[in-house]
Design a protein around this ligand. Structure first.
Ligand code: ZN
Length: 211
């Protein structure tokens, strides 16, 4: 027989698990990558209207991995074969981890995607073609893409900052996670490789909002 205290404990545990489940989502790790504007695509590939070649769809609708890869160069180091993600954007943006930033020798701020005012630039190289971005190098702020339906169900709003606990081999609570809500999104959390390794992320692992 269970006593009242034990029953109450079991009920709490069940309520907690349901809460976790309703506020959870898959976490994906993003490696360093590049978004390019039309002008920069044309300059790097030497042809007006050069079409980026899609090789794989990403979880966010309409976003894809391109066959084209280029080199990014900082004062202290370079990375070759950096993937370009399509489609083209209004402004070019290069996303790296803090470890990458150290290797490049550039002090890179944490920013939300698209918020590139006042960020450092970087050199992009494709064979003999080189361009210098005057801004757009960021460490992406950790974020959750969410559909409006999921935002309602999980009781969060666009732009809200939440804490997310990871169900990973080395569980971690990530603070300062921004929720971004749009009907154009699929619900996934995005972190970079530094963050993914810090929590021991494996493919398919989930996280859940704790407050
Ligand atoms: Zn994202």
């Amino acid at each position: 027989m269970y006593g009242l205290d034990q029953i109450s404990e079991i009920v709490d545990e069940v309520v907690n698990r349901v809460k976790q489940k309703t506020r959870s989502f898959e976490i994906e790790a993003s490696g360093r990558h590049i978004h390019l504007c039309r002008e920069d695509i044309d300059a790097l590939f030497g042809k007006k209207g050069y079409p980026l070649t899609k090789v794989k769809s990403l979880s966010q609708p309409g976003q894809f991995v391109c066959k084209e890869r280029i080199t990014i160069a900082g004062p202290k180091g370079i990375f070759r074969n950096v993937v370009i993600l399509g489609p083209e954007r209004a402004a070019s943006q290069v996303e790296v981890s803090m470890t990458d930033a150290r290797e490049l020798g550039i002090n890179v701020p944490v920013r939300e995607s698209g918020h590139i005012e006042g960020t450092p630039g970087i050199v992009l190289i494709n064979g003999k073609r080189t361009i210098k971005l005057d801004k757009g190098l960021i460490v992406a702020k950790r974020h959750v893409h969410m559909t409006p339906e999921d935002a309602t169900q999980k009781q969060v709003k666009n732009g809200q900052i939440v804490r997310v606990k990871t169900n990973t081999s080395r569980p971690l609570v990530f603070d300062d996670v921004v929720v971004r809500v749009s009907p154009k999104f699929a619900t996934y959390m995005h972190i970079d490789y530094d963050e993914a390794n810090s929590c021991g992320l494996n493919k398919g692992n989930q996280g859940f909002i704790i407050e």
